[in-house]
Design a protein around this ligand. Structure first.
Ligand SMILES: [Zn+2]
Ligand SMILES: [Zn+2]
Length: 407
């Protein structure tokens, strides 16, 4: 039969055994302020510590409970104060109850059934089982991680998932459908998230005896095994999910990309994250968009940038030229752009509302910004060279003059 160790409530609160009720109250308040879950959100260790000090305070702040605890070294609501008194005096046969001498001496059975475990459930969160031979708390921990009490853990929400999705330039600009393979936890098809399959197996806590031993001073108390409730059997852990209640599944996902989706944009697919257990809601799936590039069009938000080559004559005299836009790709033809006379290289001209449709605002579009790049003619023939020399003579300007003036 398994034996469990007792807990040091005085040590937990950091007070002496001779502490007054006032000392205990003060020590508890101080520790509670430090470890309260509201002060330490998400901190499992603080949460555990808070439960420990609460449990210690619950017993030590109550005169009757404290007396039983002082007499036995542990406390349970099911202990008759008279039995505790007798145990403390070494009654029930006195010397016969040697510590650890199993089978020898008389044992005082009591029912553990009425114990209130509600304080120990940790908000329905699952607790890790520790190896055997721990304190009272370990029995409780094992209860809540054990198959039989899976339902008492309560619903746990599934966690969120995040995936990066590469989409090509055009899909991001015009929208489309994209596929992605993801791995997510889904509710176990065998146990439906209950973690057990209902079959019985021997209780690992009491090894089938239905009872565990708790030491009270020099006395042994047989208590009903809290893991199996005294039946000696617990429900089988689900073989498919190993008791997790969820299994990992690879899933092909198809989802729509809105026109105007930007590089780095986060898309939330509600309920497509990991499945919850015990009826808990599924988490969300977040997709981080990695938008591809294009050799002609550069994208900045909803604006499109294009560098367009322009001849010397077009730039000097002015011209109407055709430039590609993102609509050209969709068979939307060419868009005419007016190059004003005297346009310089590097100059930027704006085509209003020829940019990317806004994913945020229906009907809105960005602009296309055209940067002019003047292309110098590669003259070969003598006639062209003559004309250029003549042109230079007619316009004897020095483009570096201003530069020297500024230097
Ligand atoms: Zn399962
Ligand atoms: Zn058991």
């Amino acid at each position: 039969m398994a034996t469990t160790k007792n807990k040091d409530y005085y040590g937990v609160l950091g007070v002496k055994k001779t502490a007054t009720a006032d000392d205990i109250r003060k020590a508890f308040r101080k520790a509670a302020r430090k470890y309260h879950p509201d002060v330490n959100p998400g901190d499992k260790k603080a949460e555990e510590k808070f439960k420990e000090i609460s449990e210690a305070n619950d017993v030590l702040s109550d005169e009757k409970k404290r007396k039983i605890y002082d007499q036995l070294g542990f406390y349970s609501d099911n202990i008759d104060p008279a039995a505790a008194e007798a145990a403390a005096r070494g009654g029930y046969g006195g010397a016969g109850f040697g510590g650890g001498r199993s089978g020898g001496g008389q044992e005082v059975p009591f029912d553990f059934g009425g114990f209130d475990f509600s304080d120990f459930q940790g908000g329905g969160r699952r607790e890790q089982a520790s190896g055997g031979g721990g304190g009272f708390r370990d029995i409780f921990n094992q209860m809540f991680s054990g198959g039989r009490n899976a339902a008492s853990r309560g619903p746990q929400p599934g966690t969120d998932l995040e995936y990066q999705v590469s989409v090509d330039f055009w899909t991001a600009v015009r929208g489309g459908v994209t596929r992605l393979e993801i791995q997510r936890q889904e509710v176990c098809p065998t146990c439906k998230g209950k973690s057990t399959t209902g079959g019985n197996m021997e209780c690992p806590e009491c090894h089938g005896s239905g009872q565990v031993t708790q030491m009270g001073g020099r006395m042994k108390f047989n208590i009903q095994c809290p893991r199996c409730g005294g039946s000696g059997k617990v429900q089988n852990t689900c073989p498919t999910c190993g008791g997790d209640g969820v299994t990992t599944k690879t899933e092909q996902l198809e989802f729509r990309i809105k026109p105007g989706t930007r590089d780095g944009q986060r898309i939330r697919l509600a309920g497509k994250g990991n499945a919850g257990t015990n009826g808990g809601a599924a988490g969300d799936l977040y997709l981080i968009i990695k938008a591809g590039t294009n050799p002609v069009f550069a994208r900045m938000g909803d604006d499109i940038y294009v560098t367009v080559p322009v001849t010397v004559a077009e730039a000097a005299l002015g011209a109407k030229i055709d430039v590609p836009t993102i609509d050209t790709h969709e068979g939307g033809g060419r868009t005419q752009l007016k190059i004003p006379p005297g346009t310089q290289t590097g100059q930027k001209l704006r085509l209003r509302e020829k940019g990317v449709p806004s994913a945020a605002q229906e009907g809105k579009r960005g602009d296309q910004i055209v940067e002019v790049k003047i292309v110098v003619p590669k003259v070969q023939d003598e006639r062209s060279k003559e004309i250029l020399r003549e042109l230079a003579k007619l316009n004897p300007e020095d483009p570096r003059e201003e530069m020297f003036a500024k230097a």
